[in-house]
Design a protein around this ligand. Structure first.
Ligand code: PAF
Length: 283
């Protein structure tokens, strides 16, 4: 695996692959890789001849009170995992390489509406930071296809919409959430959980399964389902940001046009913020 840090190097390599008729797949990450990321890489390998993984802890998507400074940076371990998973190229730029003048960025990409609901309420500006860095990575790498985890479902929809609205010629593909045996979705932030909180954390997935069972059974009292889900999270000791039933297409409130529901939950447990979701086709 080649490891490059500059925009120039990644562009030159991708140009050479393209010239040889190869299709390039990108997996954007913030590092601290786990089995969930490796599943993205495996999907990327099915979709492209060459796989580029980026590791960049993007300051623009963290609020002033958030965990940018303490976000786990484990580059040596990440490189070992990527080599084992047969990644072709790791792009690991420093902040100055992507944001000139010590991290400033005058141009922001904002997916209006979709960025201001759910996680966007609790993390104002977060999705502008995500959309901006992903647009930038698309501009730098120029992949044919890019793979994102569906665990961050709102992020996935923001990236899809941004790519469509800006007519960026990249196919955006979602990869299913990878879970621990007890159902907890894998996330780099799970390492913030104490042993006690780790044992409570699977309640988030259980709450989604219970909500999903009610939807599958034909219940359409969405606010009753939301209240029950939030109560289950609170009973497990979590501070609930939201528990919502939405249309999986646009994350709007479900309507008669909804073909698939998505249950989304976000809650704080100790110093970790957990998010998860579950999709339920309308029967
Ligand atoms: O999901 C992540 O790891 C990040 O939000 C992403 C997509 C790499 C953008 O920084």
């Amino acid at each position: 695996m080649r490891v490059v840090r500059s925009v120039e190097e990644v562009r030159a390599q991708v140009r050479a692959w393209r010239k040889a008729g190869q299709r390039v797949a990108l997996v954007p990450t913030m590092g601290n890789l786990h089995a969930g990321h490796i599943s993205l890489l495996q999907l990327a390998r099915q979709r492209g001849d060459r796989v580029v993984v980026s590791i960049f802890v993007n300051p623009l998507q963290f609020g002033p009170e958030e965990d940018y400074a303490r976000y786990p940076r484990t580059l040596d371990d990440d490189i070992r995992m990527l080599e084992e998973a047969q990644c072709d190229l790791l792009f690991a730029p420093g902040v100055d390489e992507l944001y000139a003048e010590g991290g400033s960025q005058r141009t922001l990409v904002s997916v209006r509406g979709l960025s201001e609901i759910l996680c966007g309420v609790v993390r104002p500006g977060h999705f502008d930071g995500v959309a901006t860095v992903v647009a930038k990575l698309f501009g730098v790498v120029g992949p044919d296809v890019a793979v994102f985890g569906e665990k961050d479902f709102q992020q996935f929809r923001v990236v899809q919409l941004m790519t469509r609205d800006l007519a960026i010629p990249v196919e955006v593909v979602g990869a299913p959430t990878v879970r621990a045996d007890d159902g907890l979705a894998l996330s780099s932030r799970n390492r913030y959980l104490s042993a006690e909180d780790r044992s409570r954390a699977p309640a988030i997935y259980r709450s989604l399964q219970e909500g999903a069972a009610r939807l599958r059974a034909g219940e359409r009292d969405f606010s009753a389902i939301e209240q029950a889900g939030a109560a289950l999270l609170a009973a497990a000791g979590m501070k609930v940001d939201y528990y919502a039933v939405r249309d999986a297409d646009d994350l709007a409130l479900p309507s008669s046009a909804t073909r698939e529901f998505v249950l989304l939950a976000a809650a704080r447990l100790g110093s970790a913020r957990l998010i998860d979701n579950l999709r339920v086709p309308v029967g």
